[in-house]
Design a protein around this ligand. Structure first.
Ligand code: B3K
Ligand code: ZN
Length: 893
């Protein structure tokens, strides 16, 4: 564990210096023993000719390694020849060019941080990004030092028949005492964070892919034997991703073999190690009986994401960790476009935007807010954030849309060609796009440097006599830590105008249409100033503006739509995103009406809601011509978290009860339509994870969810039947979720039976057990915290396994507002205890769990005080990890 003695220091972007030494060749030898692992590393080092020596010798990173010996060019050094501390090994007299051999012992069995080399169940595996390699051997563990790796692994043959590392297998054979070895060579230079090693008793499925130039690549997915039947979807996704990257970006795979290994204990989703991706089982295994539609989509998206990193991240990597979004934002953009192409583009877009607006906007408005390219950090692991990934994706998306598809492709081709084999910056990425387009993107780059979510305030004026519509858009951006004032952003606002019978032709005064982005009814307004007015001419009637189509920029947009305007957008806009957004806005307003009544102490049962929301939803449900995915999306009410984001002060109870009351009122009014949708669904249909079938299930389960609010015995029965007859996990868990949340007295027995049956059926499938934990942890029923405490003691809960922690603790604290924010503070105390427990076990996971507390200032005073007290309690822990310290101390400012 990284204990904290003094206050940890922040690392600053402005302090970046290129490395004084380069490592041309890295030879690693791992001896995996029963107890510890001996790592012998031989590095071919030379001075970086581009850097003037500082005269301080060579300092290598290294942590939690027991030094056995150091030698230079075969000569063993004495204690006086080097300096060793907890984080570094320094050679004050390092020559210009030399071979350095270090021998060190590490203890993977007791490595619970899941960073570096560690044990996950029966296998050994590694996670090196960002700075885990330094827990394996002494090294220049920074992404701008790229080296050619040779790796030999020696281990017991029976226990670990499979020995893997990056690149191609060049030798294997037996060793003494029932051991064997394998040597791997990765011909592509790479930074240490892309190093990987796996040793285990694994089975695999195999396939081949023929690249666009006709080379055959072997594809292997390694898993524990019991999971062999769950690899097919990942393999199909991988092949689709490989083909897509060739077609869309001209990127071809560059080794003879590509491997994926699934491990149970993993801090994140997956890792793009060169040629040897390591995956959390949750992001690679899938089969209909155990995996939901969302799970299938996650596997497809993550497999593609990691594969795409082979170019955006591995061939062209980051100069330093401040550039993290260079690879992550771009790769998320690539995987999001891929998933859109494979499934329903609107569904994917709405899902991504919902997450961004709910979670990234909250991050951007809180104490951890940072730019897409941060300028300082204490612990880099804390910066694998929604801002780096999701806002980073939005920034690349804006660039792609500003340039149009052809120029963007030319730009990415130039970027990959110019920087292949290099470690570069976000500036280099933008420079390539500027070079091919001739556009000046200087102002656009503020998106990388300024944190916070810009706010657009839109006002308009209709000049009936002239047939002119004046649209004024003003932008501001709130202060964020360290950035009190912001300069205007370059913001693309995609838009159109709607008349009573559909889209209106657009003619902007003094502005020619841009052939890359515009057509007769659609345009992209580019904002660069604090305020702009656009005048639309020759209009036959007063329009309703359709703004920010496709969510063309990550901003908050305010325009005073009337509820009738929203209805018009919902039924008439050509843009799927805007139609959905209008449905959400209308629902928010109606829920807010009810919140007013709730605050006044009115009884919400049987409350009357604005009939327009009912009518809008009735139209949706009755129109067979509509895309089912759209209907399901538009029918779903905004989440409690998103509703909270809209409020100045988050009133958890008011939001929860008002949303529930609106849902019930809609169910009552639309019962025949909802019942018809539910009954029309063919429950026996064979499972396929296609866009159409996913949409159908999602609509059917949305109908079930509405109908279950009525607490009628026949629905409870139908729900139980759905659970018992389901041939897929999506339908099964949807039914369990409804029963777990049901307030009906008649649901009690069924709920208990179903939960017990579910566990009995699936207790040997860890990923299904995760769903069982999650569904109980997110129940809105008032005894949920007691249930969570009981589950913590249940044999199914493995206290140090990240997936289990996320399923129980993460789900309760992030996705169950009504219970987590209990007035007595018991939810907060539970989280505080978990953070303190995990602080020493797994600092990365502990720090991530702090997130709900970072938002403490958004709540009423009583809750603020309780959350603040928990933060103080954590801060008082004497051995706080850097990870937790950073989040907690920044939250307390
Ligand atoms: N690059 C990895 C992230 C690893 C972070 C570890 N702290 C996963 C991904 O984004 O593809
Ligand atoms: Zn990534």
């Amino acid at each position: 564990m990284s204990a904290r003695d003094a206050q940890p220091k922040a690392i600053q972007l402005k302090d970046y210096r290129p490395p004084e030494y380069l490592i041309d060749r890295t030879e690693l030898h791992f001896d995996l023993g029963a107890d510890k692992t001996r790592v012998t590393s031989t590095l071919t080092l030379r001075r970086n000719p581009d850097v003037t020596p500082t005269g301080k010798g060579l300092t290598l990173h290294g942590q939690e390694i027991e030094l056995v010996s150091v030698s230079i060019d075969g000569r063993t050094l004495s204690d006086n020849d080097y300096r060793l501390d907890d984080e570094t090994l320094t050679l004050p007299e390092a020559p210009e060019q030399f071979e350095l051999t270090t021998v060190g012992d590490i203890d993977p069995k007791n490595n619970t941080s899941l960073e570096g080399l560690y044990r996950s169940r029966t296998m050994y595996c590694t996670q090196c990004e960002a700075e885990g390699f330094r827990k394996i051997t002494w090294y220049l563990d920074r992404p701008d030092v790229m080296s050619e790796f040779f790796t030999t692994v020696v281990a017991d043959e029976k226990q670990f028949p499979v020995l893997l590392s990056n690149g191609n297998l060049i030798e294997q054979g037996s060793a003494d005492n029932g051991r064997h070895f394998a040597t791997w060579h990765d011909p592509h230079k790479k930074p240490a964070y892309l190093f990987a090693l796996v040793a285990g008793n694994l089975e695999h499925i195999e396939d081949t892919f023929t690249t666009m130039s006709g080379r055959d690549v072997t594809l292997k997915i390694f898993v524990e034997a019991k999971d062999l039947d769950k690899c097919g979807h990942a393999m199909t996704s991988l092949k689709n991703a490989m083909r897509w990257d060739e077609e869309q970006y001209g990127r071809e795979y560059d080794l003879d073999i590509f491997m994926i290994v699934a491990v149970d204990d993993f801090n994140m989703g997956a890792m793009e190690n060169k040629g040897l991706n390591i995956f959390n089982t949750a992001c690679v295994l899938a089969k209909p009986e155990t995996t939901t539609d969302a799970g299938f989509q996650r596997v497809e998206g993550v497999v593609a994401h990691e594969y795409f990193h082979n170019w955006s991240g591995n061939r062209v990597t980051c100069r330093d960790w401040f550039q993290l979004s260079l690879k992550e934002g771009f790769t998320v953009y690539r995987d999001a476009t891929f998933s859109a192409d494979m499934g329903s583009p609107t569904f994917k877009r709405v899902e991504d935007v919902s997450m961004l607006r709910t979670l990234q906007f909250a991050e951007d408005a809180g104490p951890m807010a940072h730019p897409v390219r941060p300028d300082s950090y204490i612990e880099i692991s804390n910066f694998y954030t929604l801002t780096i990934y999701e806002k980073g994706n939005e920034v690349v998306r804006m660039l792609a849309n500003l340039l149009g598809p052809e120029l963007f492709r030319k730009g990415t081709d130039l970027y990959f060609e110019r920087h292949d084999g290099q470690a570069v910056t976000t500036e280099d990425f933008v420079a390539a796009l500027e070079a091919v387009s001739g556009r000046d993107l200087t102002q656009f780059k503020r998106w990388y440097d300024q944190a916070g979510t810009p706010k657009l305030t839109v006002t308009d004026r209709w000049d009936e006599d002239a047939g002119e519509y004046h649209l004024t858009i003003a932008q501001t951006c709130p202060p964020t830590p360290g950035q009190p004032e912001k300069q205007p952003f370059h913001i693309p606002v995609a838009m159109g105008l709607l008349g009573s019978a559909g889209s209106l032709p657009l003619k902007i005064k003094g502005q020619a249409p841009n052939p890359e982005t515009d057509d007769n009814t659609h345009t992209v307004l580019e904002l660069t100033e604090a305020e702009h007015t656009f005048v639309f001419e020759q209009l036959p009637e007063k329009p309703v503006p359709s703004l920010l189509r496709g969510f063309s920029a990550p901003v908050k947009l305010y325009y005073g739509y009337s509820r009738d305007d929203l209805m018009r957008l919902m039924s008439g806009d050509s843009d799927g995103f805007c139609r959905w957004d209008a449905s959400q806005q209308l629902a928010i307003e109606v829920i807010e009406d009810v919140m007013v009544a709730y605050q006044k102490g009115e009884d919400l049962s049987g409350i009357t809601i604005d009939g327009r929301l009912i009518e809008a939803n009735r139209l949706l449900l009755q129109d067979d011509s509509l895309d089912k995915a759209m209907v399901a999306l538009m029918l779903s009410l905004p989440s409690e978290a998103y509703l909270g984001e809209q409020q100045d002060e988050i009133q958890v109870e008011a939001i929860h009860h008002s949303r529930a009351a609106v849902k019930r009122a809609l169910a009552e009014a639309l019962k025949p339509e909802l019942t018809q949708i539910y009954r029309a669904y063919d429950h026996g249909k064979p499972y396929r994870p296609t866009a159409d079938d996913i949409a159908e299930r999602s609509l059917k389960n949305a109908a079930l969810s509405y109908l279950m609010t009525l607490n009628e015995p026949e629905m409870i029965e139908a729900c139980e039947q759905q659970y018992r007859q389901a041939n897929n996990m999506t339908d099964a868990i949807a039914a369990v979720g409804e029963l777990v949340n049901s307030q009906a007295s008649g649901a009690e027995t069924v709920r208990e039976q179903v939960l017990a049956d579910f566990y009995q059926t699936w207790k040997d499938e860890p990923l299904v057990v995760d769903q069982w934990l999650r569904v109980q942890a997110t129940s809105s029923r008032s005894n949920t915290l007691d249930v969570v405490h009981e589950l913590e003691q249940h044999p199914a809960f493995e206290p140090n396994n990240p997936n289990k922690i996320r399923a129980l603790v993460g789900a309760f604290t992030n996705a169950n507002p009504i219970n987590f924010h209990r007035a007595d503070g018991a939810g907060y105390r539970f989280l505080g205890d978990q953070i303190l427990r995990l602080n020493s076990v797994n600092p990365q996971i502990a720090a991530r769990l702090v997130t709900p507390f970072t938002r403490w200032k958004r709540y009423p005073k009583a809750q603020q005080e309780l959350m603040h007290a928990e933060l103080e309690r954590i801060k008082a822990e004497p051995k706080l990890s850097k990870d937790v310290y950073e989040v907690v101390s920044k939250s307390l400012v």
